[in-house]
Design a protein around this ligand. Structure first.
Ligand code: 13P
Ligand code: SF4
Length: 317
């Protein structure tokens, strides 16, 4: 976008934010233009925590629906907007409330651990939530004799199971269509070609267990951003959605960032554009609506997670 157009849009965003008493929260996978006008960027846990402590009437949540819903559930006194209603999530779409109810009918004393990449209606059927930055810690907080259903990400679940040694854990076979494209053969090649590079991986990667031996760090998106800021390595192989490279490159111009694949692009995250963020503020669209009943029930597993992990550090432990 030409600089003069971008500058005038930025001014418009500033004026609209003031008019609406609004704050823009953007996920680390959003396009750079949105990240640059956002008040805060981060991972799903960090943004949810941030939303709770904001002094604003309106939150424009530039990310995907399950994240905006979580913020809506945590902040019922605020108007939460998402710039595009089609910003869904393939992983969140892989389990329904009915699926969870069926498991619970079989294991009435079991515990359902829901990755935040689930709809509000699925959270409402679950016992405790987790994110990519705290999944191991959450599972460790559950008494060892309890049967666990971990939903919906099979790869994160496998990682957690390996880390905790939990046997009585059923893993839902869901996956993210972006992170399954990250292949172990390519990671091995890149590691050989760039022997000074550190490999940082998101725990949703389909090849996580195969590539873990090469991984220097397994982190949430914000955990990755913070890690590269502090590391002295000159190069990083980045195994996640490519939107994250914007912030990494901007903050660390002297370091080299190599995506495992340029095709790791989440089409849902990219439904949001800078123009749609402006329209969102202008027309107060699209408001996140969660029914009172679902909100009340979905709040409990989210709050339990926040209590167990009062201080996330970007690692799934
Ligand atoms: P983070 O919570 O690590 O930002 O991940 C969310 C997500 O959807 C990754 O695909
Ligand atoms: Fe969902 Fe995958 Fe997109 Fe993350 S990258 S929002 S898990 S579809």
């Amino acid at each position: 976008m030409p600089a003069e157009i971008y500058n005038s849009i930025q001014e418009e965003v500033l004026a609209l934010k003031k008019k609406r008493s609004a704050v823009i929260l953007a996920h680390n996978y959003q396009v750079g233009e949105i990240q640059d006008v956002a008040d805060f960027t981060g991972d799903s846990l960090g943004l949810a925590r941030k939303a709770q402590n904001l002094d604003a009437d309106v939150i424009v949540f530039s990310g995907v629906m399950f994240m905006a819903e979580t913020v809506g559930i945590l902040c019922p006194d605020k108007t939460v907007l998402i710039p595009d209603l089609d910003a869904g999530c393939s992983l969140a779409g892989m389990i329904t409330p009915e699926d969870v109810r069926e498991w619970k009918a079989e294991y009435p004393k079991g515990v359902v651990v829901a990755y935040v990449n689930t709809t509000a209606a699925v959270k409402a059927e679950s016992d405790i939530c987790c994110t990519s930055s705290n999944a191991v810690k959450i599972v460790e907080s559950i008494p060892k004799d309890k049967e666990i259903l971990f939903i919906p990400d099979f790869y994160l679940g496998t990682f957690v199971q390996e880390k905790t040694g939990r046997k009585n854990m059923t893993l839902w076979k869901g996956y993210c269509h972006v992170h399954v494209m990250i292949r172990p053969e390519r990671i091995a090649e890149l590691k050989k070609e760039h022997n000074k590079a550190e490999l940082i991986m998101h725990p949703e990667c389909g090849c996580l267990t195969k590539s873990m031996r090469y991984a220097d760090q397994i982190l949430s998106t914000e955990g990755m951003v913070q890690y590269v800021r502090g590391s002295h390595a000159p190069e990083f192989i980045v195994a996640t959605e490519t939107g994250i490279l914007h912030k990494m490159r901007k903050e660390n111009p002297e370091k080299n960032f190599i995506p495992v694949t340029d095709h790791a692009i989440c089409n849902y995250m990219k439904q949001n554009t800078l123009e749609k963020v402006v329209l969102s503020l202008e027309h107060m669209q699209y408001e996140i609506k969660v029914s009172d009943e679902i909100r009340r029930r979905a709040l409990q597993p989210i709050q339990r997670m926040l209590e167990v992990t009062s201080n996330g550090n970007g690692r799934p432990r």
